[in-house]
Design a protein. Structure first.
Length: 381
């Protein structure tokens, strides 16, 4: 047995000569594994066809602190032979990994079956949705058996943890975020006195994420427009881009310059300071319950979240009070809650403080330290 950690990487990598292209977030996580693991780290991944992905960052392969095994089917990597532990995403086509040293296999779980159904059927009609639901329900027993057979489980967020932790030999709840310790807003920021917001001071809200139906950007725009029509003083900044961007611009037209579109911006250098210093409230009405990092990133900056009552946000609000939820796809209630919060700066600030306290315990470095410690526990190192 060698002290090797094998990571089955779902995201493909780019290759250009001796250079390797990996997304910044993925690279930072893999580098943290390499720093914390007491042995070799091998990352098995597919090669990205084409080199057009703007989210990739490029490094010389020889400069990476881990070894790469690039192959069409990463789960077939020979690096698993004699490895101390393997980390892989909990998905149906990874069941083959259980054929070799299952007690030295740890799953990363993100979405239980009910959320996978919502993700897969977000834009589907009734017949297609029924077929998707039936297909996932047939897979559900096998997915549960996979957890029970493996050596451990790392669950990204409450929905996955609540669905699978009781089945696992060893489990860890973690929160996947790009927020470093240095980015977390100091908890000593002053709170406004209770009472109505000053007449000259608008509530500054923002939406951030991919402009696609699952993230609910049109719901956010419509809520702001309705809140303004009801007399609330609200301005909005919109970050990101996607298939619904032009629809969003059209929906925002009644608000004029009070809704500003910024496109995709660099996270650390621009997004973080802009949100920290210029946003009071994030409006993130996701219609899916996947563990969205934007909830956590906003909370770390002292910016609470208003959104739909999906599984992920409902749990964060229930357990940590980082914001508020309204019924799913209820644009009217979303706008009404926005009007109410525009009059309660103290309530907004208090939720912001709760988010800071939560994220002070779950910064990027802390989560990866805990994940590495859990892997060592499963590997008995």
């Amino acid at each position: 047995m060698v002290q090797r950690l094998v990571v089955i990487q779902n995201d493909p990598v780019g290759v250009a000569g001796h250079a390797i292209g990996i997304s910044v977030k993925t690279l930072e996580g893999l580098e943290h594994y390499a720093r914390g693991w007491p042995g070799d780290v091998v990352v098995a991944a597919r090669v990205l066809p084409g080199l057009s992905d703007p989210l990739l960052t490029w490094r010389r392969r020889s400069d990476l602190p881990f070894d790469l095994d690039l192959r069409d089917v990463p789960s077939q990597t020979p690096a698993r032979d004699g490895a101390a532990v393997t980390l892989a995403l909990h998905q149906h086509d990874h069941a083959c990994l259980l054929e070799r040293d299952p007690r030295r296999l740890v799953w990363t779980a993100e979405n239980p079956v009910r959320e996978r159904i919502r993700l897969a059927s977000a834009d589907a009609g009734p017949v297609t949705r029924a077929r998707i639901t039936l297909g996932w329900m047939r897979r559900r027993p096998a997915l549960r058996r996979m957890v029970a057979a493996a050596g451990g489980l790392q669950a990204n967020g409450y929905p996955a943890f609540e669905a699978y932790a009781s089945l696992a030999r060893s489990s860890l709840l973690f929160f996947d975020t790009r927020v470093s310790r240095a980015m977390v807003q100091p908890a000593e920021i002053p709170m406004p006195a209770p009472g109505p917001r000053e007449a000259q001071r608008s509530l500054r809200v923002a939406f951030s994420g991919r402009h696609e139906a699952a993230k609910g950007p049109l719901h956010a725009i419509r809520a702001v427009v309705r809140a303004r029509a009801a007399g609330a003083s609200v301005t909005m900044d919109v970050f990101g881009q996607g298939a619904q961007t032009e629809q969003m611009r059209a929906a925002a037209a009644p608000a004029g310059e009070c809704i500003a579109f910024h496109g995709s911006v660099p996270f650390a250098d621009q997004w973080v300071p802009t949100v920290r210093d210029g946003v009071d409230l994030m409006v993130l009405p996701h219609v899916q319950g996947d563990p969205a990092g934007t909830y956590l990133e906003a909370a770390a900056l002292g910016v609470p979240v208003l959104g739909f009552a999906n599984a992920a946000l409902t749990a964060l609000v229930r357990e940590h009070g980082i914001g508020w939820t309204v019924p799913m796809k209820d644009d009217r209630r979303l706008a009404e809650r926005l009007v109410e919060l525009a009059q309660e700066p103290g309530e907004v600030a208090l939720a912001g403080h709760r988010g800071i306290e939560f994220m002070r315990q779950h910064a990027f470095e802390d989560e990866f330290d805990r994940r590495v410690a859990h892997l060592r526990e499963v590997a008995q190192l």
